[in-house]
Design a protein around this ligand. Structure first.
Ligand SMILES: NC(=O)c1ccc[n+]([C@@H]2O[C@H](COP(=O)([O-])OP(=O)(O)OC[C@H]3O[C@@H](n4cnc5c(N)ncnc54)[C@H](O)[C@@H]3O)[C@@H](O)[C@H]2O)c1
Length: 256
């Protein structure tokens, strides 16, 4: 089965879809023939993206992913069960762990991990009734190698990776695949302020084995592949999209 036919386009719902990686994922999904549901905190931000998407029939949905009632209402408003749900909404709160406020740590876990669980749960309950579906979560290389000074972000993203595995083994029986994409140094979204500094761009890009920063399109391509029928036998997988970064610990050390 293909991902869409002219008469019955499949629906893809993307959380945190208004900006950054989410907006790129929405654009790739629209180009792949999906009817796209852009979900974010503010309806007007979602609506602003719709004219930039290829095709027609796309919808804007407001919800805070940490609120299960808002998430439920957004899926109800959509009116159809999406074949693809991308749990992309996320935040980072910087700070060294022992100086970080507990409230900021809690916020990162609440949006990144609990918000992902709330959305995936709502999606899976509905996908089960239509014979299956595909969920792609956004983790991070921070799930594998924590970035110092990034507060609750690495722990929350490691939680997303483990949640992905756990959901995949419980949902396989319903033909629901659950995977995640772990982006590395990405030139966009929440990292855009970091790479506004040319020195940081040069140093970080040069530290990556592929010798460049990643783009939002690099990530969106991987999300779309994992979410599509091309990955029909892949579930519980974390696809690292980092130009080789997490394997590069020994790359920059001198040899004697
Ligand atoms: N940009 C990167 O370098 C990078 C690297 C690794 C992983 N990621 C992950 O990719 C995802 C997207 O990040 P981004 O870089 O595009 O960030 P971003 O800040 O540009 O976009 C995040 C989006 O999520 C939305 N959002 C935040 N809290 C929300 C909530 N409670 N409910 C609904 N929507 C909410 C925001 O409004 C925004 O549209 C995140 O999960 C992030 O952790 C990003």
């Amino acid at each position: 089965m293909t991902d869409s036919t002219p008469s019955t386009p499949r629906t893809a719902l993307v959380t945190g879809g208004a900006f950054g990686l989410g907006a790129a994922i929405c654009q790739h999904a629209a180009r792949a023939g999906y009817r796209v549901a852009v979900l974010d905190l503010k309806l007007e931000d979602c609506e602003a993206l719709l004219p930039k998407l290829a095709g027609t029939g796309h919808v804007a949905l407001q919800a805070d992913v940490t609120d299960e009632h808002q998430v439920h209402a957004a899926f109800e408003k959509l009116g159809v069960t999406p074949h693809l749900v991308v749990s992309n909404a996320g935040i980072v709160r910087f700070g060294p762990l022992i100086e970080h406020s507990i409230d900021e740590f809690r916020k990162a876990v609440n949006v990144n991990l609990i918000g992902t669980y709330i959305v995936d749960r709502e999606a899976a309950l509905r996908m089960k009734t239509i014979g299956g579906g595909s969920i792609v979560n956004l983790s991070s290389v921070n799930a594998i190698t924590p970035g110092p000074g990034s507060g609750g972000y690495p722990a929350s993203k490691a939680g997303v990776a483990k949640l992905t595995e756990h959901l995949s083994l419980e949902l396989g029986q319903f033909n629901i695949r659950v995977n995640c994409v772990a982006p590395g140094f990405i030139d966009g979204g929440m990292s855009a302020p970091i790479y506004a500094n040319p020195k940081v761009r040069e140093l970080r890009g040069g530290a990556v084995p592929l010798r460049r920063l990643g783009t939002v399109d690099d990530v969106a391509e991987s999300v779309m592949w994992l979410g599509s029928d091309a990955a029909a036998y892949v579930t519980g997988h974390q696809l690292v999209v980092d130009g080789g970064l997490v394997h590069s610990a020994l790359l920059h050390l001198p040899r004697v």
